[in-house]
Design a binder for this molecule. Sequence first.
Ligand code: ADP
Ligand code: TRP
Length: 321
Amino acid sequence: MLRILSGIQPTGTLHLGNYFGMMRPSIALQDEGDAYYFIADYHALTSVHDPDLLRANVRGVALDFIACGLDPRRCCFFRQSDIPAHVELAWLLSTVTPMGLLERAHSYKDKVARGLDASHGLFAYPVLMAADILLYDSALVPVGKDQKQHLEMTRDIAQKFNDRYGNTFRIPEPRIGEETAVVPGLDGQKMSKSYHNTIEIFAEEKVLKKKVMGLVTDSTPVEAPKPVENSTILALYRLVASAADVQQMEQEFMNGGVGYGDFKKRLFGAIWEYFAPQRTRRAELERNPDEIDRILADGAARARQVADVVIERAREAVGLR
Ligand code: ADP
Ligand code: TRP
């Protein structure tokens, strides 16, 4: 059975980039194999330093994921810190990881440039991520394009370990959805919390509308035809509207006579409608707070069964047993 694994950091509210880049592809895969999805709370300690906020974020992301269609009966859904073997394996892997490999990581440099503390944890983040993946003998890892280098590092680290200690880990494959590889944000750059250009999928109606209306456009006058290529409005509309509606909007862009304000209103309407079922499910779940605890406890018990076997294999390989 194909082993699938992915993780998401509990660092804030879910946006369209997270949803189309990682969440939706992961959820679509839950029936294609034996899927393990986890909330990466150890990782989040590199940026979230308020314990109450971390706890609230974990709960929030669990609600988001389930509301969006993750089904805890069809996959294993758990919290990373319920399985401390992630950290033990990270240490074992760190002893085969060349410094040069970590020094080449873009994400560390980007995050420090954006103001995160340059801690050892942040620097060693890719090693913990490798541990997450290798601990479950994962074959397939669905993530957005920005995680590609981390996946390559995981493969390198697993290979180094296997070369030194004999065949211990399965080398995983990334799965990057090319059609939604990078979702643009309100300013046209990659949508990301750190760029303050996000559209939150569970925002309140007024807030969502205001955000979408604030999307940055060029100054083409209402009457004139508008460029279809590189249009953020169209890129986002394609994700949430029907093929017929998209074709209609493209035609109106080319014809001219309709202003960006109108297009943005339509984009807002399509986003609001697309996430209506998810909103309803999230509200239902919120009324039943114990349910999330129960789901995560059950997930942890199942995850542990796999993790225990693999960590034992790794301990034996290095001579700790
Ligand atoms: P952010 O950039 O907002 O901090 P994260 O780094 O926490 O988002 O990303 C969580 C997941 O969502 C990752 O798998 C990442 O690849 C995916 N993702 C985030 N932003 C985008 C985007 N704009 N387009 C596609 N995928 C994205
Ligand atoms: N690094 C990922 C992110 O920032 C989250 C993550 C941690 C992850 N461990 C993972 C993703 C293992 C896939 C597999 O989004």
